[in-house]
Design a protein around this ligand. Structure first.
Ligand SMILES: *[C@@H]1O[C@H](CO)[C@@H](O)[C@H](O)[C@H]1NC(C)=O
Ligand SMILES: *[C@@H]1O[C@H](CO)[C@@H](O)[C@H](O)[C@H]1NC(C)=O
Ligand SMILES: *[C@@H]1O[C@H](CO)[C@@H](O)[C@H](O)[C@H]1NC(C)=O
Length: 411
């Protein structure tokens, strides 16, 4: 399978999604942070650095997946007031997007952060950190220095990471779980729930910036697509860790920008959309902490998701290899319409989000046309782009309060 320009585009887009607040180091991180006081980092863990400081209880948990990865989770068991002790709080699992970790939900002042808002509203809040991110880089018998550690895509997040987290929370609380995802966190949720593996442990689902189909991103950047070159990306990086902070990826980005004749600084809003409501202090904390690593294989799988107009497992590139892995010539598809029709769903998507493009989200929503109508809740936020949903200063009023209301109705 020849790597098409749209794969290159996808890679470009995804890189810039991660770096969306910081397109190029030269004009991004260093110049931006130069002369500023040191930013809060997650040294000592996410609870210590980003939850305890606001006066909330927080526990670090470790969950082992069936394929041996040791994942870090944070639990905020109660609100700041400590009210509701003895009350059975319903668990919520919050799942971050690609190339960031759980801390991405905790970058704003306390009263604007989703996990803390949910805790204050009476929920037992759990945050996931997918394999490869800084606190989930351990494995029973592999090290991140080994290629085998990075031999996975979002298929494995569906098959292993989500079930491990669900089982753990369910075993500890004895309760069904509310799931909330952003971006890649929505994609793995859709894929997982379509296979019905977790739905017996699931109470309801909220999807912010939902992605499952990505093919319309290309229309925005069609002319850049023709000039990108993923082949070089894979040649440079190989099939290993994809670390956006490494020099290699930085070089790759510079090369892409140069080749495409574009100003990477401006590309920020060209690609993620024009985020309306980000706080400059929050961006500084973001830059001091993100992006996080993923696997190059995962990036390639995401690029395939852009190219294919359907949600499928990783494509090994030839019918022979697919046959070997799947027993069929093409990768098996995830069938989103197979998500149980009575599962309570909340969607929120933005009019200016170039990753969860409106056309793609509407196509996704169309897959739910047979869903029980009273279980479907859809919010469209005209002025929001991708990052506004995790760190917009208005997100509490615009989105999170609706999420809280939705979750409370599913008691
Ligand atoms: C932006 O963040 C800073 C630092 O956390 C905070 O003091 C300020 O109030 C925030 N601004 C808004 C509009 O929320
Ligand atoms: C990667 O994992 C696949 C199964 O998912 C396996 O067939 C393959 O041998 C593995 N490759 C490496 C280099 O570990
Ligand atoms: C997807 O699931 C729906 C609902 O279960 C079913 O009607 C449809 O035939 C499935 N599609 C495929 C391609 O399997």
């Amino acid at each position: 399978m020849v790597l098409s320009s749209s794969i290159g585009l996808a890679l470009l887009v995804i890189i810039f999604f991660a770096l969306s607040l910081n397109p190029l180091e030269a004009r991004g991180t260093f110049s931006r942070l130069a002369g500023k006081p040191p930013q809060r980092t997650a040294a000592g863990g996410i609870c210590a650095s980003s939850v305890h400081i606001y006066g909330y209880k927080c526990e670090e948990h470790y969950v082992v997946t069936q394929d041996g990865y040791i994942l870090n989770m944070q639990r905020i068991p109660q609100g700041r007031a400590g009210a509701g002790d003895g009350v059975k709080r319903q668990p919520v699992l919050i799942q971050h997007g690609i190339l960031v970790d759980g801390m991405s939900w905790l970058l704003n002042p306390a009263d604007q952060n989703l996990p803390l808002i949910l805790a204050d509203q009476g929920f037992d809040v759990w945050m996931g950190n997918t394999r490869g991110t800084r606190f989930s880089r351990r494995h029973k018998n592999l090290s991140p220095n080994q290629r085998a550690f990075w031999n996975w895509t979002w298929d494995e997040l569906v098959t292993f990471d989500l079930p491990a987290m669900f089982d753990y929370i369910h075993r500890l609380t004895g309760q069904k779980i509310h799931y909330l995802g952003h971006s890649l966190g929505t994609l793995i949720g859709f894929a997982s729930f379509s296979e019905k593996g977790l739905v017996d442990k699931l109470r309801s689902v909220a999807m912010l910036s939902p992605i499952a189909y990505l093919s319309h991103m290309t229309t925005v950047l069609g002319d850049i697509a023709a000039k990108t070159f993923l082949a070089e990306a894979t040649a440079i990086l190989g099939w290993a860790e994809f670390n956006p902070k490494s020099g290699l990826v930085g070089e790759l980005i510079k090369a892409i920008c140069h080749e495409a004749g574009i100003d990477c600084y401006d590309l920020l809003s060209v690609i993620t959309g024009k985020n309306c409501c980000l706080n400059a202090s929050t961006i500084d904390i973001f830059l001091a902490n993100e992006p996080q690593s993923t696997s190059t294989k995962n990036m390639i799988h995401l690029a395939q998701t852009v190219r294919d107009k359907q949600l499928r497992k990783y494509n090994y590139g030839s019918s022979i290899h697919n046959m070997k892995h799947y027993g069929q010539a093409t990768p098996p598809a995830y069938n989103i319409s197979a998500i149980p029709h009575d599962l309570p769903l909340f969607f929120s998507y933005g009019g200016l989000d170039y990753l969860a493009d409106v056309t793609d989200v509407e196509y996704l929503l169309d897959q739910f046309k047979f869903h029980d109508i009273d279980k479907m809740n859809v919010q469209f936020v005209k002025h929001y782009a991708h990052a506004d949903f995790i760190m917009g200063v208005t997100a509490k009023d615009v989105v999170y309060n609706q999420v809280v209301t939705f979750f409370k109705r599913q008691a």
